[in-house]
Each structure stands twice: as C-alpha cells, then as structure tokens.
Design a protein around this ligand. Structure first.
Ligand code: BES
Ligand code: MN
Ligand code: ZN
Length: 490
C-alpha cells in the first residue's frame, strides 16, 4: 500500500538525516535528549533566537556550519499544561509538511517530552498519524503533479519512552494501512464504485490477505429472501451484491457489517441537489469494514472473523422501490417503506440477520445511517448504540485510546415501539425526532440483544466540501476497532 509512509524509531546514533523537527514548549528548553549532540546544540541555539518564545505555530530554523549539517527546525508547542493529543497531531502534521516543503528526503521528528505523547495509546496514534500524514487521493489526477520526497519518517523520543513505541509500532503501521485502504475505497467516485466493482475490490483485498471471500448476486439474494437489499437495488441498472469474508482463528466469533450504498440519491424520496455528490461516501461503512479486515488479517488477530458487505445503489427509476411498498427481509420480518431515503437500514436488515443466523458472539455494524446523528453529535464523532453495556464500555474505551470520538446514544423501548408498522411488522422511518435512535432501534429487530453494537458514522466518515479540513473520506472507525480487538485479546 503506497499511501502510507513508514515510521521507524531512531536513537542518538541516527545516520544520514537531512532534517530534524524539534518541539519546544513555552518557557522551557527544547526536547533534545536522545538526539545527536550537534542537532541538540543547533536546537538550543534556535530556541534562544530573538522573537522565538515557543508559542504554538512559531518555528525557528537553523543549519550547522558543516557542509553535511542537517537542517534543524524548532516548533513552538505552546504551554505544556495545555498540550494534549490534538497538540501532538498538529505538531506531527506541521513537522512533516515542513520537511516535504523543504524537499528533504530523510527527515527525523523528535516527539515532545510530555505524558500526552508517551503512553502506549498516544504512541500508537502518533505513529499512525505520521504514517498517514502524506495521504492523498490522486488516482484521478494527471500523474507527477505532487512529488513526495520521502517514503519514510524516523522518530526520536526520550529514552524512557522507546519501549512504548517499540510495542505499538507494527500495529500502528498496519492500522494506518487499513485506514488508507478505507479512505481510498470510500473516496472512489460512484461511477467507478458501483456494487459489482466494490465487490470485486473486496475480493482483491481479501486475496492479498488470505481472506476467503464470496460474492452473492441478485439471483442468489432472491432465492435467499433478502428483500431489503433487493428493494434498494431495484432502482439502479447496477445490480446489488452481498460480499461475505471469512478469516482468522480463535474462540470468539466476531462479525462485522458495513453499509455499502455506493451512491444515495434518496431514490423516489429524492434528496435535494446541494452536496448530493457527498453521498458517494454512503459506502463508508463497508469500506471501514474492508480496512479493518485487511488490518486484522495482517495482524493475525486471534478471532474467527466474518464480514458482511451489502452493496447497492439507491436510484430513482421506473422500477425503483416506492413509499408504500412492503418488503420481506431475510429474517422474514416485513417492512413498510415510508421513505426510500431510509435505505441503509434495509441493506443492514438483511446483512445483520445473516450475521446473526451465522451465530456470531459479537456483531458490530458501521453505517453512514442518519443525518440526525450528525445533528446530535456534530461531524467529529460517531454515535454508539448497544443493549450490551459491557461491549459499549469496551468500544468507548478503545475509541478514547485511539483518539476517535464516540458517544453512546439511547435505544429506549419507545424507539423500538415507534418502528412498528401499520400494515407490516415494521416501518422504515419513525417520527421527526430522535432519528439516529429510531434507525438503530429498527436495526435491533434483526439481531439479538446481547453482543451487538451499531456505530452511526454519518458525521466522522468524511469531511464535506463545506467543512473544516481536507475534503474526503477519513477512515474513521478502523483505528478504534483494531484497538478494541487488540485490547479484548489481551
Ligand atoms: N445516507 C443517509 C444519511 C446521511 C446523511 C449520511 C448525511 C451522511 C450525511 C441516509 O441514507 C439517509 O438518507 N437518512 C435519512 C433518514 C430519513 C429518511 C429517516 C436522513 O438522515 O435524513
Ligand atoms: Mn438515504
Ligand atoms: Zn444512505
């Protein structure tokens, strides 16, 4: 996977480095232990240069007199007591951007001596973010426009922190590759990422990791009675697919399910035009699961995994499903369609019922399911829904460690009541209120009460054109899930 850079730990003996980033908190000397003496000296002299106080955003450059002397750039870190994980991430991005801008080829980044850099969780997220710091989605551009000078970044830390970094580096690097895989898949435009194409990509990724993969087409879904996914897929010339993946050894059976709507126009209940292009990201849940699968298999995490990836395109058409239709899902529950834009839950209904039937100990689903979840939580974090307090606590802790925002939302009985149909068992939309919870409550009819969690990732899965940050898929959910699986296996 060419999208990540390799991160390696170095000590004092670092050879052939043309660039050093050194952090410096306000009113303190720069963090130079474990760096070559001449680099430490250069950093200390840069720190006392007039005008440099260590304020966030400040930099101070120096270069030694010797012809082979590396460039040393001091980065202001602000007040040490205000520094945290986000300060670390900002610093890493600044440091790598500076090295790239200067055309350096062998950069070393010294991490700040602060507890917010040095636990195993912080170490993991630092390595992962660095590995992803040069990610870009440029497959559809003229080649050669954005040369990247280096494929590797070396990091230096205080001696006492080296062990934590050694312990996490493989996992962080592989997680980063999983995140890049997810981002590439989710960023792919809908004309190229139609259901069949996504299924083929899933098989490719599976092959590369020794994962067993099968693709189900519309005929087989018909035979099996997967009326939910078939209903959504009817409006598109590009027929739906269901991919199942299987890999790994272990006692516990973990099943992952991801919403794979390759484009969501809303169908007959069509969406307004502004920002409709962003509905190419409506396959993010499935892409997240593919990234997780790729990383979990590479790390040989000790579980019996299955993944279920329903892919369909939600389009308006003469043969599209309509409001008023009654659809029979895989577990034989019938659903009155009230809004064809509530399509994700129809795909997930079949996929979750299949996962449940296959007898998983634990089912986690990922879906860009509701705008209501974004209204509730904003776009930086996902909503977590589960009846299982133990599982919810584990996922929340893993998310916290991985630096991904996750917040639990309720699955009250009232929400489940609201989803009962008038002419069928269920209806596919609730009232105006609590849309993220009614959607989750709908899903709960297709799984058991224990061992299931639903992540509504509509907010954090991508950065919209109008939002702060770089437009595109984020790969949200891969890191927290790998962290969760890793912790659970300890
Ligand atoms: N894919 C959307 C949800 C979504 C909205 C994702 C915004 C990302 C950003 C989903 O299929 C949808 O349309 N949900 C409806 C549900 C409603 C019809 C009950 C929504 O949120 O409006
Ligand atoms: Mn929709
Ligand atoms: Zn959707």
């Amino acid at each position: 996977m060419a999208k990540t850079i390799t991160v390696r730990l170095v000590g004092k003996e670092v050879k052939r480095a043309d660039f050093f980033a050194v952090p410096c908190f306000e009113r303190t000397p720069p963090d130079t232990s474990n760096l070559p003496p001449r680099v430490a000296r250069a950093a200390r002299s840069a720190a006392v240069r007039r005008g440099f106080t260590g304020r966030p955003g400040q930099t101070s450059h120096t270069r030694g007199a010797a012809p082979d002397a590396p460039t040393v750039v001091l980065f202001g870190m602000g007040k040490a007591r205000l520094y945290g994980r986000s300060g670390l991430h900002k610093y890493l991005n600044r440091a790598v951007a500076e090295a790239a801008r200067g055309g350096f080829r062998t950069p070393v980044v010294r991490l700040p001596d602060h507890e917010a850099s040095y636990g195993t969780d912080s170490a993991e997220s630092a390595v992962r973010r660095l590995a992803l710091s040069r990610y870009r989605f440029d497959e559809f551009r003229k080649p050669g426009r954005h040369p990247v000078g280096f494929r590797q970044v070396r990091i230096a830390v205080a001696a006492e922190a080296e062990e934590a970094f050694r312990a996490v580096s493989t996992r962080a690097q592989i997680t980063a590759e999983g995140v890049a895989t997810t981002r590439d898949l989710a960023n792919t435009p809908p004309n190229e990422a139609y259901p069949e194409a996504m299924a083929e990509r899933a098989v490719q990724i599976a092959k590369a990791r020794g994962i067993q993969a099968t693709i189900m087409g519309p005929k087989e879904m018909e035979r099996k009675g997967m009326g939910g996914i078939l209903a959504v897929g009817r409006g598109s010339r590009k027929g739906p697919r269901m991919v199942t993946l299987e890999w790994g050894d272990g006692k516990e059976r973990i099943s992952l399910v991801g919403k794979g709507v390759t484009f969501d126009t809303g169908g007959i209940s069509i969406k307004p035009s502004p920002a409709m292009d962003e509905m190419k990201f409506d396959k993010s849940g499935a892409c997240t699961v593919m990234g997780i699968a790729s990383a979990a298999a590479a790390l040989d995490l000790p579980y019996r995994f299955r993944a279920y990836l329903p892919f369909a395109e939600n389009m308006p058409d003469g043969d599209a499903y309509r409001p008023g239709d009654i659809v029979r899902c895989y577990n034989d529950k019938t659903v009155e369609i009230l809004n064809t834009d509530a399509e994700g839950r129809m795909l997930l209904a079949d996929a979750l019922a299949l996962a449940f039937e296959d007898g998983a100990d634990c089912i986690i689903d990922y879906a860009t399911l509701t705008g209501a979840c974004v209204v509730a939580l904003g776009s930086s974090g996902a909503g977590l829904f589960s009846f299982d307090d133990g599982l919810a606590a584990q996922l929340l802790a893993a998310a916290e460690g991985a630096g991904e925002n996750l917040w639990r939302l309720p699955l009250w009985r009232e929400f489940r009541e609201e989803m009962k149909g008038a002419h069928a068992d269920l209806r596919n939309t609730g009232s105006r209120w609590g849309g993220a919870s009614t959607a989750a409550a709908f899903l709960s009819y297709f799984v058991g009460r224990r061992g299931w969690a639903h992540l509504d990732i509509a907010g954090p899965a991508y950065v919209g054109r109008g939002d702060k940050g770089t437009f595109g898929a984020t790969g949200y959910g891969v890191a927290l899930t790998i962290a969760w699986l890793h912790n659970r296996a300890l």
